[in-house]
Design a protein around this ligand. Structure first.
Ligand SMILES: Cc1cc2nc3c(=O)[nH]c(=O)nc-3n(C[C@H](O)[C@H](O)[C@H](O)COP(=O)(O)OP(=O)(O)OC[C@H]3O[C@@H](n4cnc5c(N)ncnc54)[C@H](O)[C@@H]3O)c2cc1C
Ligand code: SF4
Length: 614
């Protein structure tokens, strides 16, 4: 996939790419691994009657080019998969980074190091189990905020987290190692469908906030008004004080345009030339200026992920955090949730998981994220037939562009500038510079052409198109017992994403880009005079190449129990003392990056739990 080219080493012949990728795949679930193996086998057989791995270099390149221009969706899916893995394994090699000129080093504007975070205490679970007032499953945005509210209300809280705990002293320095360590299934949680859409989530103390981009938005008022009116969530329009409190605590500040990096500045210049509504993104990372590491954990902990903000605050108020603990079943006694039955990974020193049970006197709160929460509710057979349904993901598309000047996006903040002009069309644009191991796979071409594009990575600007989706999916448990997610992108949403890609292209061109990569194989490369033709073309859902970072809605809140899983106080229908406090609660897609809204919802649920009679 990556031949020797202009100083770039030949994959496999000169540098080992498949070894580290195989190592990474050791941390994915058997279900995902089986599907990947099958896909790779099919990929290898496609040049029938030959085998891809037995073709010579020239024949391989020809075949990859034919795959790229093919009209068959399956060819594109397999090609994208092969490009993703080969780029991931290849671009993390120091010699490749050096040749392309990518350097990553996080720092604050004044060169200082942020104050160290408070302690998380002893996160080792005691043998057998323990007791508390409230047990919370999951330590991400929702779980951490709920833990803080409850601990500060004087309740005895335990937070259980399946992943391990890390901070700036301990995040793995190798990107592949970081992905394997910090993400669930090495980031390969995929919503199956046409197209299949990767929906990565974290599995670490602090949840997905540890590897996210630090972008902080309040939920738009029209969305909250709709949730209040349509789903009976009376307090949804009163969240302003909750947002303000969290923003202050997380030190949320808008980026300084001077310091956000050239990728954001180009989006700003393009938006200003078009006269559209836009602005610098507000983030929870103070004055950090350099990046490309957000998805691997912030090397200086400038980003106030939950592991260095709400969780230490909860611990200071008396909460206990237990890492490496996977909750398997909610205990129910006389119709009331009474705690959680769990396993501690490899706790017995022999690699076998050890049983561990937490009994909760007052409440059990599930905050495992919109994939983990329905998984636990389904395993426990609780919550009714709406559990796992109504999955929204904010499907997103990378739209790159070539500039005649150096962009060197890795020298700026990863997610830096938004354009919200097209919110009525459900589209939000965000200048997002995806690090090379992920963004490299979206570059044009295969073989030598792709290598050429990688050498030009420093001149690529990128904008993410994010859709407030009406399409839905479902989270379930597969026959083999593992997590299964599916998603059906509708034609209406496909059109809306295509509209968003065209708007991103417009912003790029207005900022001086010479060509735009709409990331749809049939559309090829766009020049400024081809935009109208692009917009007039109807694409099938399967032609889009998408990712998604915001799973939501799989245990939704609704006043009418027939419409959701939880009531407006977060309590799960049909069981006393059981609550949800995370992204699963949203009745629909919020349309902006959801972390702050999740925190707001979790604080409301926690306040309701604290007020509920003992
Ligand atoms: C790459 C990326 C970038 C993003 N950037 C942004 C951004 O800039 N701004 C923004 O607003 N949002 C962003 N998001 C999304 C945001 O981080 C999430 O929406 C948010 O963290 C979700 O909060 P949560 O509490 O629902 O779940 P999570 O934060 O995912 O936390 C859930 C936790 O529960 C644990 N868990 C699950 N099941 C169990 C179990 N059975 N037992 C024990 N533990 C369990 C998981 O391991 C996990 O740590 C991004 C997401 C990704 C993937
Ligand atoms: S928040 Fe992201 S961009 Fe800023 S220093 Fe940390 S990893 Fe780098």
């Amino acid at each position: 996939m990556a031949p020797e080219h202009d100083g770039l080493p030949a994959a496999e012949r000169e540098v080992d790419v498949s070894g580290p990728v195989a190592e990474l795949l050791k941390s994915v679930a058997p279900r995902v691994l089986t599907r990947l193996k099958l896909a790779l086998r099919v990929f290898n057989l496609l040049p029938f009657p030959w085998r891809f791995n037995r073709l010579d270099l020239g024949a391989r390149e020809d075949f990859l080019r034919r795959m790229e221009s093919s009209r068959f969706g399956l060819f594109h899916e397999l090609l994208v998969m092969a490009k993703l893995f080969s780029t991931l394994g290849y671009t993390v090699l120091p010699e490749v980074e050096e040749r392309i000129g990518v350097e990553t080093s996080c720092r604050l504007a004044d060169g200082s190091l942020p104050q160290p975070a408070g302690s998380l205490g002893d996160t080792t679970p005691p043998a057998g189990g323990e007791e508390c007032d409230v047990v919370i499953v999951g330590s991400g945005a929702g779980g951490a905020a709920a833990a803080t509210t409850l601990a500060e209300a004087g309740l005895d809280v335990i937070v259980l987290e399946a992943g391990g705990g890390y901070n700036r002293d301990t995040y793995p320095s190798d990107p592949l190692d970081a992905i394997a360590t910090l993400y669930r299934d090495a980031g390969l949680t995929i919503a199956e469908g046409r197209p299949p859409i990767p929906v990565p989530v974290a599995r670490t103390v602090g949840g997905t906030t540890v590897i996210n981009s630090g972008t902080c938005f309040r939920a738009p008022d029209p969305v909250l008004e709709e949730w209040q009116r349509r789903y009976g969530i009376e307090w949804a329009t009163d969240l302003a004080p909750d947002f303000a409190e969290s923003e202050e605590f997380l030190r949320v500040t808008p980026l300084d345009p001077e310091r956000m990096g050239r990728n954001g500045q180009l989006a700003m210049e393009g938006a200003s030339a078009l006269g559209v509504s836009s602005g610098p993104i507000s983030r929870n990372a103070g004055s950090c200026v350099q990046c490309s590491s957000c998805p691997y954990g912030c090397k200086i902990d400038a980003k106030r992920g939950m592991n260095v903000s709400y969780l230490p605050r909860a611990v200071a108020a008396g909460a206990r955090i237990r890492a490496g603990v996977e909750a398997r079943e909610i205990l129910v006694e006389d119709g009331r949730a009474a705690g959680v039955r769990c396993f501690v990974a490899g706790a017995e020193g022999n690699g076998h998981p050890a049983p561990y049970t937490v009994r909760a006197r007052r409440a059990t709160i599930v905050a495992g994220g919109a994939l983990g929460t329905p998984e636990l509710l389904l395993r426990s057979r609780l919550g009714g037939d709406q559990v796992g349904r109504n999955l929204h993901i904010h499907p997103a598309c990378w739209v790159g562009a070539r500039y005649e000047e150096d962009v060197r996006g890795w020298e700026g903040v990863m997610q830096s500038y938004y354009v919200d002009e097209w919110e009525p069309e459900r589209v939000l644009l965000e200048a997002t510079f995806t690090p090379l191991p992920f963004g490299g796979a979206w570059l044009q071409g295969t073989g030598r052409e792709h290598q050429e594009a990688m050498l030009e990575f420093g001149r690529i600007g990128s904008i993410g198109v994010q859709l407030q989706d009406l399409s839905t999916g479902r989270v379930g448990i597969g026959r083999d017992g593992s997590l299964k997610a599916s998603y059906g992108l509708t034609r209406e949403d496909t059109k809306a994403i295509t509209f968003g890609i065209a708007r991103a292209a417009e912003v790029h061109f207005a900022a001086g880009a010479t060509e735009v990569y709409p990331n749809i194989a049939r559309a090829g490369v766009l020049k400024p005079n081809q935009l109208a033709e692009f917009e007039a073309t109807e694409f099938k859902p399967s032609e889009l190449r998408l990712e998604a970072f915001h799973p939501l809605g799989t245990a939704r809140m609704a006043a009418d129990p027939r419409e959701g899983v939880c009531g407006p106080d977060g309590s799960v229908n049909g069981v006393e003392n059981l609550y949800v406090a995370d992204a699963s609660l949203f009745p629909g897609a919020v349309g902006v990056n959801p972390m702050m809204t999740i925190i707001g919802f979790a604080k409301r649920v926690a306040a309701a739990v604290a007020e509920a009679e003992a």
